[in-house]
Design a protein around this ligand. Structure first.
Ligand code: ZN
Length: 516
């Protein structure tokens, strides 16, 4: 009889703890921008269950924060995880940088069949939470290929139905990448028509704008007009000034955004804290040269090849760059010896003459071999810091899920948040700690309608990070990118510990977050 009773009691005793996780003696930064306060934070059944003095409470796992900071898990609203997350569903580089939720499908490129993709990710088991936008370039390519022309009314209707379907499948909004093929061939009317299909479901409009340098004010105005006409909030992606010739012009960009906000437009921005951009090599070529995927044919014709070269020389001068020294190869599978080398260095390796023409010939060779992933040193410190200080700039990596040790990727995928906290908060004093956290949590949750995330509040999803603000540090550099951030001692996703004492636990509690 006694034994029988004990068996019955055992499960009761195990579940008798008040909470699953109890973090004691923390300094809580709530994600809304408020000053930190001392409290214990308790988690139960995937939710933040209690915040306050919980000295008498019990928990399956108790952690003494010893005055370290507890903040909401970071929400990285600008990522490109398609193709990477399937191979590494843990999303380790994000988790170890404090990120618990990513929004992907940015810059016009997303999965087309979101429901199917979400199901696939669910089966793989995610470390991070994943939400997605639906991309303009993706739907345009599906309907029109890489055609260099405006869409017909029938094509617009077909693209609208694809956007509508993706929104019904849970997309959080509509993204454009208007510097890229094929979105660059569209006009504003097409973008508005498709944005309306997303606005009908409460989506956000995010835009990698047509220009991020000399014509940035026009580009901001176009993005805002899309939001106004479609009736939806606007997020300007990776706000920057990407031309040396106009470095310092961010004051005008921010003044314009502020003017629109005062007029009642919901427009915000995101930014990554680095002076190099990262994208493909093709973006250096005239957009007409890439139409229909026929770059090789065009480079094979001497007259056209010459025309492309002359246009590239003019673009370079227009940027204020003396040569392609700003351009470094990140990934080039046909010859990994080029990875980490600049275009002038590769031209020299190939025995080319000094000068811009031989560098452009090198770019042509790489394009003929299928193109390359690149980093481009394009931004100045003054603009980076000024954009970061703007109150409605969120911190976002523009990164992806990285396979440890492969290629020479931009370090932002590893270190964005730690870099802001270590470099821009602690070393330079550009932001307060509370304000930096707000830009990683409460602000992005607001913009993308993640109503139960981004704040440390009772009832919210238990996505949390624990870190020491004196110690947190990014380690990834341009030369040695494959280094995880340090200092995020504990990371909790949906109430499960995914990073414990700075190490991955292998737990996969991430969810696909479908907009409703
Ligand atoms: Zn982009």
């Amino acid at each position: 009889m006694f034994r029988f009773t004990a068996l019955l009691l055992l499960p009761l005793l195990v579940s008798a703890a008040d909470y699953d996780i109890l973090i004691r003696n923390a300094r809580v930064i709530d994600g809304a921008g408020n000053p930190w306060f001392r409290a214990d934070v308790a988690v139960k059944d995937g939710r933040i269950a209690a915040i306050g003095r919980l000295a008498d409470a019990s928990a399956a796992r108790s952690i003494d924060a010893r005055e370290r900071v507890v903040a909401p898990g970071f929400i990285d609203v600008h990522t490109h995880i398609e193709g990477g997350i399937e191979r590494n569903p843990g999303g380790d580089n994000f988790l170890l940088d404090g990120v618990t939720t990513v929004i992907t499908g940015n810059c016009g490129g997303s999965e087309l069949n979101l429901a199917q993709w979400f199901d696939q990710l669910g089966k793989l088991g995610l470390g991070i939470n994943v939400a997605s936008l639906v991309g303009h370039n993706t739907v345009r390519r599906e309907v029109m290929g890489a055609a260099n022309r405006l869409a017909t009314p029938e094509e617009i209707a077909r693209m609208q139905s694809l956007v509508d379907r993706a929104m019904r499948e849970g997309a959080v909004g509509f993204s454009t990448g208007l510097e890229y093929i094929p979105g660059t061939y569209s006009d504003t009317a097409e973008v508005v028509a498709l944005a309306k299909a997303a606005a009908a479901h409460g989506g956000v409009y995010t835009s990698h704008m047509r220009d991020e340098g000399i014509r940035e004010l026009e580009a901001i105005t176009e993005a805002v007009n899309v939001g106004k006409e479609a009736g939806m909030p606007v997020e300007i992606s990776h706000l920057k000034i990407d031309r040396r010739r106009v470095w310092g012009a961010s004051d005008q960009s921010l003044a314009l955004i502020e003017k629109f906000r005062r007029e009642g437009v919901d427009v915000v921005a995101d930014q990554y804290p680095y002076d190099r951009a990262s994208t493909n090599l093709g973006i250096r070529l005239p957009t007409w040269a890439l139409a229909d995927g026929k770059i090789k044919d065009r480079l094979a014709g001497p007259a056209t090849r010459r025309k492309i070269m002359e246009e590239m020389k003019r673009n370079l001068a227009d940027m204020g760059e003396p040569d392609y020294g700003f351009a470094t190869v990140a990934r080039f599978t046909p010859d990994t010896a080029y990875e980490g080398k600049s275009i002038p260095e590769i031209a020299a390796m190939k025995g080319g003459a000094a000068g811009v023409e031989s560098q452009i010939e090198t770019i042509f060779d790489l394009m003929n071999a299928g193109g390359a992933s690149m980093t481009y040193r394009l931004m100045g410190d003054l603009d980076i810091e000024r954009i970061m200080r703007y109150p409605f700039t969120a911190i976002a990596s523009d990164g992806g899920v990285i396979e440890l040790g492969v290629g020479n990727p931009h370090p932002r995928s590893y270190g964005t948040n730690a870099r802001v906290l270590g470099e821009y908060v602690r070393a330079r004093g550009v932001l307060t700690l509370e304000d930096a956290i707000r830009r990683m949590t409460g602000l992005p949750a607001r913009t993308f309608s993640l109503r139960d995330r981004g704040l440390v509040r009772e009832g919210m999803a238990a996505d949390l990070v624990l870190f020491d603000p004196a110690r947190v540090e990014d380690k990834a550099t341009y030369a040695k990118p494959h280094q995880y951030s340090q200092g995020f001692d504990l990371v909790v996703v949906n109430g499960k510990i995914v990073v414990d004492d700075g190490k991955l636990t292998g737990a996969r509690p991430g969810q696909t977050l479908r907009h409703r």
